[in-house]
Design a protein around this ligand. Structure first.
Ligand code: ATP
Ligand code: MG
Length: 257
Protein backbone atom coordinates (compact mmCIF):
# COMPACT_ATOMS: atom_id res chain seq x y z
CA UNK A 1 0.00 0.00 0.00
CA UNK A 2 1.36 3.45 -0.79
CA UNK A 3 2.00 5.99 1.96
CA UNK A 4 2.99 5.27 5.55
CA UNK A 5 1.67 2.18 7.28
CA UNK A 6 2.12 2.21 11.05
CA UNK A 7 1.56 -1.27 12.44
CA UNK A 8 1.22 -2.02 16.15
CA UNK A 9 3.88 0.54 16.99
CA UNK A 10 4.97 1.14 20.55
CA UNK A 11 7.84 3.26 21.80
CA UNK A 12 9.38 2.76 25.21
CA UNK A 13 12.19 5.06 26.28
CA UNK A 14 14.72 3.28 28.48
CA UNK A 15 15.89 4.94 31.64
CA UNK A 16 15.64 4.58 35.39
CA UNK A 17 11.90 4.54 34.88
CA UNK A 18 11.23 3.14 31.38
CA UNK A 19 8.23 5.01 29.99
CA UNK A 20 5.83 3.81 27.36
CA UNK A 21 5.46 6.92 25.24
CA UNK A 22 3.43 5.38 22.43
CA UNK A 23 1.31 2.28 22.76
CA UNK A 24 0.01 0.17 19.94
CA UNK A 25 -0.38 2.81 17.23
CA UNK A 26 -2.02 1.65 14.00
CA UNK A 27 -2.37 4.18 11.24
CA UNK A 28 -2.36 4.48 7.47
CA UNK A 29 -1.22 7.83 6.07
CA UNK A 30 -2.79 8.15 2.65
CA UNK A 31 -0.87 9.46 -0.33
CA UNK A 32 -1.50 13.16 -0.84
CA UNK A 33 -3.48 13.72 2.33
CA UNK A 34 -2.99 16.42 4.93
CA UNK A 35 -2.93 14.58 8.23
CA UNK A 36 -2.72 16.36 11.57
CA UNK A 37 -1.53 14.72 14.76
CA UNK A 38 -3.15 16.51 17.67
CA UNK A 39 -2.65 16.06 21.38
CA UNK A 40 -1.45 17.67 24.59
CA UNK A 41 2.13 18.31 25.53
CA UNK A 42 4.03 15.11 26.24
CA UNK A 43 1.58 12.70 24.57
CA UNK A 44 4.16 11.52 22.04
CA UNK A 45 3.46 13.63 18.94
CA UNK A 46 7.11 14.42 18.24
CA UNK A 47 8.06 10.84 18.95
CA UNK A 48 5.54 9.58 16.40
CA UNK A 49 6.80 12.07 13.81
CA UNK A 50 10.42 11.08 14.46
CA UNK A 51 9.47 7.43 13.98
CA UNK A 52 7.87 8.31 10.62
CA UNK A 53 10.99 10.30 9.68
CA UNK A 54 13.21 7.35 10.55
CA UNK A 55 15.03 9.45 13.14
CA UNK A 56 14.10 6.90 15.80
CA UNK A 57 13.10 3.24 15.70
CA UNK A 58 9.96 1.81 17.30
CA UNK A 59 10.41 -0.52 20.27
CA UNK A 60 7.67 -2.76 18.91
CA UNK A 61 5.82 -2.91 15.62
CA UNK A 62 6.81 -1.60 12.25
CA UNK A 63 6.56 1.44 10.02
CA UNK A 64 6.42 0.97 6.27
CA UNK A 65 6.64 3.58 3.54
CA UNK A 66 5.21 2.31 0.26
CA UNK A 67 5.48 -1.21 1.70
CA UNK A 68 9.19 -0.81 2.53
CA UNK A 69 10.25 -0.77 6.21
CA UNK A 70 11.54 2.63 7.36
CA UNK A 71 15.05 1.98 8.66
CA UNK A 72 16.38 5.52 8.80
CA UNK A 73 15.89 8.97 7.28
CA UNK A 74 14.98 8.88 3.60
CA UNK A 75 14.91 11.45 0.80
CA UNK A 76 11.21 10.79 0.43
CA UNK A 77 10.52 12.73 3.64
CA UNK A 78 11.38 16.36 4.36
CA UNK A 79 11.26 17.36 8.02
CA UNK A 80 10.36 20.77 9.45
CA UNK A 81 11.04 21.26 13.15
CA UNK A 82 9.43 23.58 15.66
CA UNK A 83 12.31 26.04 15.55
CA UNK A 84 13.66 26.30 12.05
CA UNK A 85 17.11 25.00 13.19
CA UNK A 86 19.03 27.01 10.61
CA UNK A 87 22.83 27.26 10.78
CA UNK A 88 23.58 30.83 11.89
CA UNK A 89 26.85 31.00 9.95
CA UNK A 90 25.24 30.13 6.61
CA UNK A 91 23.00 32.56 4.79
CA UNK A 92 19.41 31.60 3.98
CA UNK A 93 20.20 30.33 0.48
CA UNK A 94 23.10 28.25 1.83
CA UNK A 95 20.87 26.85 4.58
CA UNK A 96 18.12 25.94 2.12
CA UNK A 97 20.61 24.39 -0.31
CA UNK A 98 22.64 22.47 2.25
CA UNK A 99 21.11 19.07 1.52
CA UNK A 100 21.66 19.54 -2.22
CA UNK A 101 25.25 20.57 -1.58
CA UNK A 102 25.86 17.48 0.53
CA UNK A 103 24.22 15.42 -2.22
CA UNK A 104 26.84 16.76 -4.66
CA UNK A 105 24.59 18.85 -6.91
CA UNK A 106 26.46 21.50 -8.91
CA UNK A 107 26.18 25.13 -7.93
CA UNK A 108 24.09 26.37 -10.87
CA UNK A 109 21.40 23.69 -10.46
CA UNK A 110 21.42 24.22 -6.72
CA UNK A 111 20.94 27.96 -7.04
CA UNK A 112 18.05 27.48 -9.40
CA UNK A 113 16.24 25.14 -7.02
CA UNK A 114 16.96 27.28 -3.97
CA UNK A 115 15.63 30.30 -5.84
CA UNK A 116 12.47 28.41 -6.82
CA UNK A 117 11.68 27.31 -3.28
CA UNK A 118 12.57 30.64 -1.66
CA UNK A 119 10.05 32.20 -4.05
CA UNK A 120 7.49 29.56 -3.21
CA UNK A 121 7.65 30.31 0.52
CA UNK A 122 7.65 34.09 -0.02
CA UNK A 123 11.33 34.71 0.73
CA UNK A 124 12.44 35.97 -2.67
CA UNK A 125 15.30 38.41 -2.21
CA UNK A 126 16.27 37.08 1.23
CA UNK A 127 18.74 34.38 0.14
CA UNK A 128 21.79 36.44 1.05
CA UNK A 129 20.50 37.34 4.52
CA UNK A 130 21.54 35.43 7.61
CA UNK A 131 19.05 33.75 9.97
CA UNK A 132 19.41 36.47 12.62
CA UNK A 133 18.26 39.05 10.04
CA UNK A 134 14.91 37.28 9.69
CA UNK A 135 11.77 37.27 11.83
CA UNK A 136 10.62 34.01 13.43
CA UNK A 137 7.96 33.53 10.74
CA UNK A 138 10.52 34.08 7.99
CA UNK A 139 12.86 31.55 9.56
CA UNK A 140 10.04 29.03 9.55
CA UNK A 141 9.49 29.78 5.87
CA UNK A 142 13.18 29.10 5.28
CA UNK A 143 12.82 25.81 7.17
CA UNK A 144 9.94 24.84 4.90
CA UNK A 145 11.95 25.77 1.78
CA UNK A 146 14.83 23.63 3.06
CA UNK A 147 12.48 20.67 3.52
CA UNK A 148 10.96 21.15 0.04
CA UNK A 149 14.13 21.70 -1.95
CA UNK A 150 15.00 17.99 -2.18
CA UNK A 151 11.52 17.31 -3.68
CA UNK A 152 10.39 14.86 -0.99
CA UNK A 153 6.94 13.43 -1.55
CA UNK A 154 6.15 13.80 2.16
CA UNK A 155 6.51 16.76 4.51
CA UNK A 156 6.77 15.89 8.20
CA UNK A 157 6.17 19.01 10.28
CA UNK A 158 6.51 19.25 14.06
CA UNK A 159 4.57 22.24 15.40
CA UNK A 160 6.21 24.37 12.72
CA UNK A 161 4.20 27.49 13.57
CA UNK A 162 4.22 27.11 17.35
CA UNK A 163 6.65 29.94 17.97
CA UNK A 164 5.22 32.64 15.70
CA UNK A 165 2.60 35.25 16.46
CA UNK A 166 -1.05 34.55 15.73
CA UNK A 167 -1.46 36.61 12.55
CA UNK A 168 1.75 35.27 11.03
CA UNK A 169 0.60 31.80 11.90
CA UNK A 170 -2.68 32.23 10.03
CA UNK A 171 -0.75 33.43 6.97
CA UNK A 172 1.73 30.55 7.16
CA UNK A 173 -1.18 28.10 7.32
CA UNK A 174 -2.65 29.59 4.13
CA UNK A 175 0.71 29.47 2.38
CA UNK A 176 1.33 25.90 3.45
CA UNK A 177 -2.05 24.82 2.05
CA UNK A 178 -1.21 26.49 -1.25
CA UNK A 179 2.16 24.71 -1.42
CA UNK A 180 0.60 21.38 -0.44
CA UNK A 181 -1.93 21.72 -3.27
CA UNK A 182 0.52 23.01 -5.88
CA UNK A 183 3.21 20.47 -5.09
CA UNK A 184 0.84 17.58 -4.31
CA UNK A 185 2.68 16.50 -1.20
CA UNK A 186 1.57 14.28 1.63
CA UNK A 187 1.76 16.32 4.85
CA UNK A 188 1.91 14.99 8.41
CA UNK A 189 1.57 18.02 10.68
CA UNK A 190 1.90 17.93 14.45
CA UNK A 191 0.04 20.55 16.46
CA UNK A 192 -1.62 21.04 19.81
CA UNK A 193 -3.89 23.74 18.37
CA UNK A 194 -7.39 22.40 17.63
CA UNK A 195 -8.41 25.26 15.31
CA UNK A 196 -5.19 24.93 13.33
CA UNK A 197 -5.76 21.19 12.87
CA UNK A 198 -9.36 21.68 11.78
CA UNK A 199 -8.46 24.39 9.27
CA UNK A 200 -5.62 22.40 7.70
CA UNK A 201 -6.39 18.72 7.86
CA UNK A 202 -8.16 16.09 5.81
CA UNK A 203 -7.94 13.88 8.90
CA UNK A 204 -7.01 14.56 12.50
CA UNK A 205 -5.47 11.88 14.71
CA UNK A 206 -6.22 12.76 18.32
CA UNK A 207 -3.72 11.19 20.71
CA UNK A 208 -4.45 10.63 24.36
CA UNK A 209 -1.56 10.84 26.80
CA UNK A 210 0.51 8.54 28.99
CA UNK A 211 0.93 6.33 27.15
CA UNK A 212 0.11 7.95 23.82
CA UNK A 213 -2.65 6.06 22.06
CA UNK A 214 -4.96 6.97 19.22
CA UNK A 215 -8.08 8.25 20.92
CA UNK A 216 -10.01 9.03 17.77
CA UNK A 217 -9.51 9.90 14.11
CA UNK A 218 -11.65 12.78 12.82
CA UNK A 219 -12.38 13.21 9.12
CA UNK A 220 -12.64 16.84 7.99
CA UNK A 221 -14.58 16.76 4.75
CA UNK A 222 -15.23 20.49 4.39
CA UNK A 223 -14.52 21.89 0.95
CA UNK A 224 -11.40 23.90 0.26
CA UNK A 225 -10.64 26.74 0.30
CA UNK A 226 -12.05 26.79 3.81
CA UNK A 227 -13.30 29.64 5.89
CA UNK A 228 -12.23 29.47 9.51
CA UNK A 229 -15.71 30.45 10.71
CA UNK A 230 -17.43 27.74 8.64
CA UNK A 231 -20.10 26.02 10.73
CA UNK A 232 -18.93 22.55 9.70
CA UNK A 233 -15.40 23.26 10.88
CA UNK A 234 -16.63 24.69 14.17
CA UNK A 235 -18.75 21.56 14.72
CA UNK A 236 -15.70 19.32 14.28
CA UNK A 237 -13.74 21.60 16.56
CA UNK A 238 -16.41 21.18 19.24
CA UNK A 239 -16.44 17.40 18.73
CA UNK A 240 -12.69 17.35 19.30
CA UNK A 241 -12.99 19.40 22.48
CA UNK A 242 -15.69 17.00 23.69
CA UNK A 243 -13.43 14.04 22.98
CA UNK A 244 -10.61 15.70 24.88
CA UNK A 245 -12.96 16.44 27.76
CA UNK A 246 -14.07 12.77 27.79
CA UNK A 247 -10.50 11.66 28.17
CA UNK A 248 -9.98 14.07 30.99
CA UNK A 249 -13.01 12.95 32.96
CA UNK A 250 -12.61 9.26 32.19
CA UNK A 251 -9.04 9.05 33.21
CA UNK A 252 -8.63 12.11 35.37
CA UNK A 253 -5.62 13.15 33.38
CA UNK A 254 -4.27 16.58 32.81
CA UNK A 255 -5.25 17.06 29.23
CA UNK A 256 -4.84 20.71 28.49
CA UNK A 257 -4.36 21.87 24.96
N1 ATP B 1 14.79 10.91 23.95
C1 ATP B 1 13.96 10.69 24.95
N2 ATP B 1 14.33 9.96 26.04
C2 ATP B 1 13.47 9.72 27.05
N3 ATP B 1 12.20 10.13 27.07
C3 ATP B 1 11.76 10.85 26.03
C4 ATP B 1 12.61 11.17 24.92
N4 ATP B 1 11.90 11.88 24.03
C5 ATP B 1 10.67 12.01 24.56
N5 ATP B 1 10.58 11.40 25.75
C6 ATP B 1 9.38 11.31 26.61
O1 ATP B 1 8.30 10.86 25.81
C7 ATP B 1 7.12 11.59 26.12
C8 ATP B 1 6.56 12.19 24.86
O2 ATP B 1 7.47 13.14 24.33
P1 ATP B 1 7.21 13.89 22.96
O3 ATP B 1 8.30 14.88 22.81
O4 ATP B 1 7.02 12.90 21.88
O5 ATP B 1 5.81 14.61 23.28
P2 ATP B 1 5.03 15.74 22.48
O6 ATP B 1 3.62 15.29 22.35
O7 ATP B 1 5.77 16.08 21.23
O8 ATP B 1 5.09 16.99 23.47
P3 ATP B 1 5.15 18.58 23.12
O9 ATP B 1 3.75 18.97 22.69
O10 ATP B 1 5.48 19.19 24.46
O11 ATP B 1 6.19 18.79 22.09
C9 ATP B 1 7.50 12.60 27.18
O12 ATP B 1 7.09 12.08 28.43
C10 ATP B 1 8.99 12.69 27.10
O13 ATP B 1 9.55 12.92 28.37
MG1 MG C 1 6.75 17.77 20.55
Amino acid sequence: MSGFTVQNVSKIYDGDLPTTTLQNINLQVRDGEFLCILGPSGCGKSTLLELLAGLQAPTEGEILLDDVPVKGPTRQSGVVFQDASLYPWRNIAQNVGLGLEIGGMNKAERQELVHKYLNMVGLEGFGSKYPHHLSGGMRQRAGIARALVGSPKILLMDEPFGAVDHLTRLQLQQDLLRIWQEEQKTVVFVTHDVSEAVFLADRIVLLSPRPGRIHHIFEVREERPRKREDAGLLKIQNDIYSAIYDVKTEEDLEFTI
